[in-house]
Design a protein around this ligand. Sequence first.
Ligand code: HEM
Length: 451
Amino acid sequence: MTPPASTPPSTPQEVPLPPGSFGLPLLGETLDFLRGSQQFINARRKQHGDVFRTNILGGKTVFLIGAEANQWIFAGEGKYLKNRWSYAIRQLLGARCLSLIEGQEHLERRRLLAPHFSYAAMRDFVPTIEALATRHFEQWAARPGDFRLWDAMRTLTFEIALTLIFGQNSVDVPFLLRHFQTWTAGLFSVAPVNLPFTPFGRALASKQAMLDSLDRVVSERQQRTEQPPDLLGSLINSRDDAGNPLPRETIVEELQLLLFAGHDTTVTAMSNLMLLLAQHPEELQKGRDALAALPTPLTLDTLRGTPRLTWLLFEGMRLIPPIGGAFRATTQEVVYNGYRIPEGWTVMVSIGATRAEANWTEPEHFDPERFSPERQEQKKPGTYIPFGGGPRICLGQHFAMVEMSVMLALLLKHYTWELVPGQDLQYVLFPFPKPKSGIQLRFHRAGAQSR
Ligand code: HEM
């Protein structure tokens, strides 16, 4: 029988390490992992079960898979686990932003930011998101010929995020977007070498260009005697116990983190859902039927009154989680399910792997109604975690859900789309699950009478 999860261990040296292999010296099993993380996990799970060790991305790592394991990881934040980020991400994000700070400082920063990301706070954003999304969708529909959904979605969601983060302040969107794209391209560098022609080197240069530009926006806002009650205003007004404000560099790094955290995640979730809907016309039709009578302009209440929007978004992210996994590090030796995990090891939060949990009926099937009140297949804690869990649960989850609900409602109500035949829809999983073609679409306005 498997002993229960426990920490800290009573007699650590008698407890075995998890089964598995560290692979080659230095490189470990990194190449295998990068070739296909899903196959990597499946093969080891078959051989060793839901707890196994390996050595990937420069460190001894343990995979703990399943709902109970997820709960154990989330409960361990700040006790026996802390966040772990790669060298490239640490360099490119900056040490003072929410994702990289720990303990009390992390809790306080979350408390400061949380009101701007609450569900209720999203009420005022619905008209703005609707206006921006409508403008972009109309441009997509007016465009002659086929287009790549991924790129178009990136531009749209970037504009939406800028509006949330900076209010209606004018920022140079094309300039920021260009540097943002170079910056994010370097965030997941496996070999982060700082040379002018490497993705990492270019990303560092773009980071600086973005920081300078954001710094000007913050500095201009700091000159004002009164701050508007927006996200930037809260960051500027914040004081620590000694009455000190947040340094401007910290504010700028926080803004940059928020742009990053909310961007490719949303692009991935929305684009993949549009692909799934194109591949499942019966579900697309049910979505259209549910939306047909929804009045516009949209409001938080009318969106909430259309649960199918949430089922569709949830099911898309269950089948293809935008973030397949996250990294933690043990801060002391711990025992999980009879296995010893030494201090300093990486612990993977296996978000993608919980798709195979036993409580999902036909887990590989696209079935939005599994989230309906009658079925509630996600009910078991730790089973459905596209936004993570515990103290580091996604800060922007309500924002993401409202933003995506508005986009999906408009798409289902007013537009149609088909996949261009013959494109390569094979997925590349790292850093975000994306079909190789970038999803080529034909996109039209639905019949004039439906508007
Ligand atoms: C579909 C969209 C999104 C998905 C799937 C998603 C997923 C996640 C996940 C899994 C985590 C936890 C990572 C970990 O445990 O290490 C996370 C953290 C975070 N997310 Fe999101 N996210 C989304 C959208 C957003 C948006 C729109 C924002 C903000 C504008 C945002 C801001 C953040 C921040 C700041 C964190 C770090 C929280 C902390 O360390 O305390 N996310 N997100």
